[in-house]
Ligand binder design. Structure first.
Ligand code: SF4
Length: 449
């Protein structure tokens, strides 16, 4: 065994557990007690360059990091890796991870974050990347406190939409066609696909006479009519709070008003609301866009808002609207829904206390994206993850108090998986920070009740 640098040792005989124990004794311990080992292995399956042996959640976290750096991972059945892990665990004060990497020659042990400048010969071209990832993982190791936002995760509209698809599958049998993602979350979509749901972009893709569910974000009347004309059964999963905005839009248009809809023009919810009053609506997303609206001071105007916007940003746009058009009318309160408001309040409370906020949800989920922005505007770094595999140890080094929340379309089990991944880096205490209680439930459409 030769010492390469204070926190990194080259292990010339990687097949002997004693050599690894000796290497541990030669290294300065990492601040969080973590140890990472890179072990050359042969006979990997086609397309696999590396495999991770660690406590389960830690293995997923490391495999995700390796994949994102272009090192394809897979399951490895090499018993030597488990022997190395057992040897390291006997000698370590913290979590241990072993990466088996295609190649032959020496192994490498890391106890510090510094990426290696020289990679031992024989370890293959991915070794530098794998060692950098292991170094980052070691740097992120250590005890942490997790602050869990409450409320977080599913809202009543998302629970209702998922239940509608599940009940439609039971009542009408698979396949049930769903126009667009039922809610904006890849995991929810994959789970429903496994049960027999088929997701399509447009109604024309649905076989005539089939069962169709329209997604929670709402659709324009033209889409609903198209679905009614083509499908045998149409079940509308539009959230009742989105349907309320549609009703308000129709009422304002019937009063002869032009409607300014505050929201993101490319979002499905906004497209559905625009479709309700085509030709009588302008979409704006910022005070600058308010300044460009083509209306004169006498034009009868009303405003509406997308349900999932950030409260603070929307307040700025509404202030600009009222300043430019003092006669503009709107709903009794803005249309930002209870779930978006509560999750934003909760993430703000986390941001005041945490070193980092992790938001679980899909990139195309509007309310989830707003949670990241609200945390960042509150002065706390915030990162979006689809699931625990997206966690990056580089975010975590030196950050001992991590806030975790989830958008309204992200399942709670993904939050628990993220907490599990954080726990794989060292001892964890978990505390909930509750800012509101939620008891909202929506009734199901008659066709699936
Ligand atoms: S986020 Fe709000 S508007 Fe959207 S589905 Fe949930 S409750 Fe309904």
């Amino acid at each position: 065994m030769a010492l390469a640098r204070p926190g990194m040792a080259v292990v010339a005989s990687p097949d002997t557990p004693e050599a690894w124990e000796e290497a541990v004794a030669s290294l300065a311990p990492s601040p969080g007690g973590g140890l990472g080992a890179l072990v050359p292995v042969g006979g990997l399956p086609d397309g696999v360059t590396a495999g991770v042996v660690a406590e389960e959640a830690g293995a997923r976290l490391l495999a995700g990091c390796l994949e994102r750096r272009g090192v394809p991972t897979g399951a490895l059945g090499d018993a030597r890796l488990w022997a190395v892990q057992a040897a390291l665990q006997r000698a370590a004060n913290g979590p241990v991870a072993v990466v088996g990497l295609a190649g032959s020659g020496p192994g490498v042990l890391c106890s510090t974050p510094a990426p290696p400048t020289a990679v031992p010969e024989g370890l293959g071209s991915s070794a530098a990347l794998a060692l950098a990832v292991l170094g980052e993982w070691v740097a992120a190791s250590g005890a942490r406190e997790v602050l869990l936002a409450a409320p977080r995760s599913f809202c009543a509209g998302v629970e209702r939409a998922i239940e509608i698809v599940e009940r439609a599958l039971e009542r009408f049998g698979p396949p049930v066609y769903v126009r667009r993602q039922i809610v904006h979350n890849q995991h929810v979509v994959a789970e429903l696909e496994a049960k027999g749901a088929v997701f399509v972009e447009e109604v024309e893709e649905v076989p005539p006479g089939a069962t169709v569910v329209l997604a929670a974000h709402g659709v324009a009347p033209a889409v609903r009519e198209q679905a009614e004309a083509r499908a045998g059964v149409v079940v509308d999963a539009t959230c009742p709070l989105v349907a309320k905005v549609h009703r308000e839009a129709r009422r304002f248009a019937a009063e002869g008003r032009q409607v300014v809809l505050v929201g993101h023009a490319d979002h499905e919810e906004v497209q559905g609301t625009v479709g309700e009053i085509e030709g009588r609506v302008q979409v704006v997303a910022s005070p600058e866009e308010v300044a460009e609206l083509p209306f004169g001071p006498e034009e009868p105007l009303a405003y509406l808002t997308q349900t999932t916007l950030a409260l603070d940003e929307t307040a700025e746009v509404l202030a600009a609207l009222r300043a430019r058009f003092p006669g503009i009318v709107g709903p009794s309160a803005d249309d930002i829904c209870y779930a978006s408001q509560n999750r934003q309040d909760a993430v703000r409370a986390l941001a005041r206390r945490a070193d980092l906020v992790v938001v679980v949800g899909s990139e195309n989920s509007s309310n989830t994206a707003r949670l990241v922005e609200v945390a960042q505007r509150s002065g706390c770094p915030a990162e979006l993850v689809e699931d625990d595999g997206d966690l990056d140890p580089r975010w975590l080094a030196g950050r001992r108090r991590v806030g975790v929340t989830a958008g309204a379309s992200a399942p709670e089990r993904l939050v628990q998986a993220v907490v599990g991944a954080l726990g794989s880096l060292g001892p964890l205490t978990v505390r909930e920070v509750r800012t509101a209680e939620e008891h909202v439930r929506f009734t199901l459409p008659r066709k699936v009740r």
